[in-house]
Design a protein around this ligand. Structure first.
Ligand SMILES: Cc1cc2nc3c(=O)[nH]c(=O)nc-3n(C[C@H](O)[C@H](O)[C@H](O)COP(=O)(O)O)c2cc1C
Length: 169
């Protein structure tokens, strides 16, 4: 079993592709990829280091498998766990809800004791509002495959390089 559990949900595959890029950068042997559609509460117990990946869908909502899992979070204890987030969204199509999902999950997991790490600057994005912001930064890595796919690889490399020491890698 790897050290880091990366839990992702996806509708059209973009978040899974990003998850694979993140896994590659952190070292394949270090990261288990788990689709939240098939995950149980117990799967989270195995890891002290977590990465949570979720696209925003339906104007400010969680991807449907994450939405289904969300009530479980109220019964889970994230104390002692270090948690990083990444989201996939569309800043031009949904400028008032860009990356909301990342914020919804990060707020809940912090409430349940998780230590959130891996904030990401808002420079280079254009949007009006986002629930994914904390102290003027994105709570995690913001990706936009609809408008800025050419930046994804560079963003993933930079973000994972910052995460490594925080994940003891
Ligand atoms: C109907 C619909 C609603 C969406 N709502 C949002 C939204 O509120 N905020 C956002 O940032 N992106 C939104 N998106 C964009 C998706 O998050 C984006 O296309 C993403 O890459 C999908 O990821 P996936 O392939 O992992 O499912 C929406 C897309 C569609 C088609």
């Amino acid at each position: 079993m790897a050290k880091v559990g990366l839990f992702f949900g996806t509708q059209t595959g973009n978040t899974e592709t990003a998850a694979e890029m993140i896994q590659k950068e952190l070292g394949e042997e270090n990261v288990d990829l788990i689709d939240i559609a098939e995950a149980s509460i117990e799967d989270f117990d195995k890891y002290n280091y977590l990465i949570i990946g979720c696209p925003t869908w339906n104007i400010g909502e969680l991807q449907s498998d994450w939405d289904g899992f969300f009530p479980n979070l109220d019964e889970m204890d994230f104390t002692g766990k270090t948690v990083a987030y990444f989201g996939v969204g569309d800043q031009f199509g949904y400028p008032d809800n860009f990356q909301d999902a990342m914020g919804i999950l990060a707020e809940k997991i912090a409430e349940r004791g998780g230590k959130n790490v891996g904030a990401w600057p808002i420079d280079g994005y254009e949007f009006n509002e986002s629930r994914g912001l904390v102290n003027g930064q994105f709570v995690g890595l913001a990706l936009d495959e609809d408008n800025q796919s050419e930046l994804t690889e560079k963003r993933v490399k930079e973000w994972t390089a910052k995460l490594k020491p925080m994940f003891g890698l």
